[in-house]
Design a protein around this ligand. Structure first.
Ligand code: TXA
Ligand code: MG
Length: 346
């Protein structure tokens, strides 16, 4: 199969919509990351998403809608979800709802809930509106690779596996949506993302918990609340190590380790904040944004992780952010990419 890559236009949207209605797959931009979509009510089409990505069948998908009127055939709508939809839809918040039987098992991996989100990206909204179908879409990467934040990333991973990629430029947020579970009464963040814990608490007027496995590996025998958390994710081929502690000491430890690895014949580099690029200039520094703008780190992270593989790195050291606000989402993805391997500099 030949993959077409087309800029978003009225024609390409019409073509994408027709493909979706015929049960084909289409990659499209959202404000978080690119998604790989199929008609959520067509089980055969949804199965093709799993084979194109190489995704384990027990990892459920998010269903994308453009209008709340699409919810009723798919799920029950708990009262507590109303203020959240009001405040954050369209936008990077995914909610779990009790599913109805119209949703094929392959979408939810047999779970009693279905994950739903309303993306704010105009091209995603237009695609959903023109096609008229709810669209099941995971991130448009091969399973185990960082999520794609540009159409070029999608092409790298899925060339010749899907008929069409809509190119809408780089994604604004750069990390996947926040996944919130309200189905057990107390709200729990299963995956942190663009909508932060503080933002959710302000609207819900109550504390929001964060699943324990967000900032550490799953323990043996622990069941993942969100099946996606079970899998090794975003792991570059390089051995990635996080370095935390006093900033001055972090910079000098990263430099020392990087140069020591090189002396032993390994290719090594560092991921650092822009403020430390100069101090780490001998270490092939990769800019992860400014210290004071975690949103910028979120926006750049997956692109930087992909570059490490292209550059054939063996060993990489990275600075960390406080796990607050957008920093929580960044540290969840960076932690998993590093298999939570951490050095303390003090
Ligand atoms: O921003 C996003 O959410 C992007 C864009 C394309 O919308 N999509 C995305 O999908 O990141 P995916 O499939 O890569 O991640 C979905 C996550 C997985 O961790 C999955 O296990 C979890 O959501 N999930 C889906 N349905 C669930 C359910 N019913 N219960 C618990 N977790 C669920
Ligand atoms: Mg994904």
């Amino acid at each position: 199969m030949i993959t077409q890559l087309l800029p978003v236009s009225e024609q390409s949207l019409a073509m994408a919509s027709a493909l979706l209605r015929q049960g084909e797959l289409v990659a499209f931009p959202t404000e978080t990351v690119y998604g790989l979509g199929a008609d959520a009510l067509n089980a055969e089409a949804v199965r093709n998403i799993f084979s194109a990505k190489g995704r384990p069948a027990d990892n459920p998908l998010i269903v994308h809608i453009y209008d709340r009127s699409q919810l009723d055939p798919l799920c029950e709508i708990p009262e507590a979800s109303l203020p959240l939809m009001e405040a954050f839809w369209p936008g990077p918040l995914t909610l779990l709802f009790p599913r109805k039987s119209t949703v094929p098992d392959v979408v939810t991996a047999g779970l009693p809930t279905v994950a739903i989100r309303m993306p704010s990206h105009p091209a995603a909204a237009a695609l959903l509106r023109v096609s008229g179908v709810p669209v099941a879409a995971p991130s448009a990467n091969r399973s185990g690779r960082p999520s794609p934040t540009t159409a070029a990333h999608v092409l790298e991973d899925l060339q010749d596996r899907i008929p069409l990629i809509l190119d809408g430029g780089p994604c604004e947020v750069g990390l996947e949506s926040t996944v919130l579970d309200l189905s057990h009464g107390d709200p729990v963040i299963l995956r942190p993302g663009g909508i932060t814990k503080d933002m959710l608490e302000k609207v819900l007027q109550r504390p929001v918990a964060v699943a324990g496995s967000v900032l550490r590996p799953l323990r043996e025998n622990e069941t993942a609340l969100s099946p996606g958390m079970r899998y090794k994710h975003y792991a570059p081929r390089a051995v990635l190590t996080l370095v935390e502690g006093d900033p001055g000491k972090v910079v000098s430890l990263m430099r020392k380790r990087c140069l020591a690895d090189r002396a032993e014949g390994r290719t090594a580099c560092v991921l650092c904040f822009r403020e430390h690029m100069e101090a780490l200039r001998e270490c092939n520094p990769h800019d992860i944004g400014s210290l004071s703008h975690p949103e910028e780190t979120a926006h750049r992270l997956f692109d930087v992780l992909r570059a490490l593989d292209e550059e054939g790195m063996d060993s990489v050291y990275s600075e960390v952010l406080p796990p607050e606000g957008m920093g929580l989402a960044v540290m969840n993805r960076l932690g998993r990419a590093a298999a939570f391997r951490t050095l303390r500099a003090d």
